[in-house]
Design a protein around this ligand. Structure first.
Ligand code: ZN
Length: 416
């Protein structure tokens, strides 16, 4: 096992760790640990809400989740010799739930959860159709999961980190805050909100105290969106064996992350659509000096997926186009709407087998489904497709002349 350079006692909040992590992006969050290019090390991670969600049959905790605490990140890791303009090479060697802890109250202790966020609290991709909070608890068995809330389903997870990235420079942070505020200003009262501006309340700034901590709270960018530094990509293919090249914007790169997922479908459509957990992740780091300019990689990470992922070879694929069915309105090459329609089409199909809309939504968020942008030139309709692996069901999900095998498929956890 590699040296643990960032450790987490899972019985405590991230705020009460010997060296706490952080929940905002800011260049001045003090380094938590120092490593060298060529080093291999382990980081332990809290589940992203810092333990707000329980292993129970009510979604009230998802409904009431306080996003000002999120995401609870481990780090920053200072990489010696890293300078602005370099590319930080990050190899994901291994990751998983909290080791040697198969039961307990914290997600990652043998279990994880998927949540549908309420429309008033950030919502989800289908929030106009499913505005209320919902939750499914998943039990881990080796590489597989099952859920008491989702009978008839068992699948192999595609384990990955939802969120890792480097610290922004002061200038880059200012750009983020300005452009995101400009978007929010176009409709400041929208539900769900268009973006999340800096929020001093519940800011955790690592080991910073006093004036510095106050400034980080006032300026620090929220961790929900992905940005130039990486951040909350929620790319399910960041599996073991992946190599990510992150732009470096500050001395030491200040690499941080967390939000480990046991599994996730493309799009993470319920917002909290992965199977969320705390756990560990092992890295190897190196540098390409001046790599941002050399490779033209200045506003985004690039990466090479690992070769470890579930082997599903048969899919039932749902297609969506950029038409709002309810109003018969065409949107011009809108890939987001097309993917939304593909998801809704899959939900309607799954209802014929006895799943509620919420259960189908939770399943599409968490299972290793493939989402693809299939066509964006065939005016006026964009075309997206969603590939549902047929082998994750213990009954035949394929269409046939004998009709769907309807059964009582239970209920997910709902809010009261
Ligand atoms: Zn997550």
């Amino acid at each position: 096992m590699p040296d643990v350079v960032f450790s987490v006692d899972q019985t405590k909040s991230m705020r009460d760790q010997a060296v706490p992590g952080h929940n905002r992006w800011h260049p001045d969050i003090p380094e938590a640990v120092r490593v060298k290019p060529g080093d291999t090390f382990r980081m332990e991670c809290r589940e992203w809400t810092d333990g707000q969600i329980g292993n129970n049959d009510s979604a009230n905790d998802v409904r009431d989740v306080d996003l000002s605490h999120a995401h609870m990140l481990s780090g920053p890791v200072y990489v010696e010799g890293a300078e602005p303009g370099d590319l930080l090479i990050v190899d994901i060697l291994d990751l998983g739930p909290i080791p040697q802890q198969d039961s307990g109250p914290v997600a990652g202790q043998g279990w994880g959860y998927t949540g549908v966020f309420a429309k008033e609290n950030a919502g989800g991709f289908l929030t106009d159709y499913y505005p209320d909070a919902a939750k499914a608890i998943w039990d881990f068995s080796g590489t597989e999961v099952t859920s008491r809330h989702l009978p008839g389903v068992r699948y192999t997870g595609i384990t990955h980190p939802g969120l890792f990235g480097t610290a922004p420079s002061e200038r880059l942070l200012a750009r983020w805050n300005a452009r995101e505020q400009a978007l929010i200003d176009t409709n400041p009262t929208r539900v769900p909100e268009l973006g999340l501006p800096p929020l001093p309340e519940n800011t955790l700034a690592g080991t910073a105290t006093g004036e510095l901590a106050t400034r980080i709270g006032a300026e620090g960018a929220r961790t929900v969106p992905p940005r130039e530094n990486g951040g909350n990509h929620d790319i399910k293919n960041f599996t073991r064996g992946s190599r990510v090249f992150y732009p470096v914007y500050v001395e030491g790169a200040k690499f941080s992350g967390g939000d480990l997922h046991f599994s996730q479908g493309d799009g993470e459509i319920t917002f909290c659509g992965a199977i969320e957990m705390g756990g560990y992740i092992d890295f190897h780091v190196d540098l390409i000096k001046g790599g941002m300019e050399t490779y033209g990689v200045t506003t985004n990470p690039i990466y090479m997926p690992g070769r470890s992922e579930p082997r599903y070879s048969e899919f039932l694929t749902f297609i969506g186009i950029s038409v709002e069915d309810e109003t018969d309105t065409n949107l011009y090459l809108d890939a987001t709407l097309a993917y939304k329609r593909a998801c809704l089409n899959a939900v309607e199909y799954l209802k014929k087998f006895g799943y509620s809309g919420e259960l189908a939504y939770l399943l599409l968020g968490s299972a290793p489904i493939e989402g693809r942008i299939s066509g964006v030139v065939d005016i006026p309709n964009a075309c997206a497709s969603l590939y549902l692996p047929t082998a994750i069901f213990d009954f035949d999900i394929r269409p046939s002349s004998s009709g769907p095998s309807y059964a009582d498929r239970g209920s997910c956890a709902l809010s009261s």
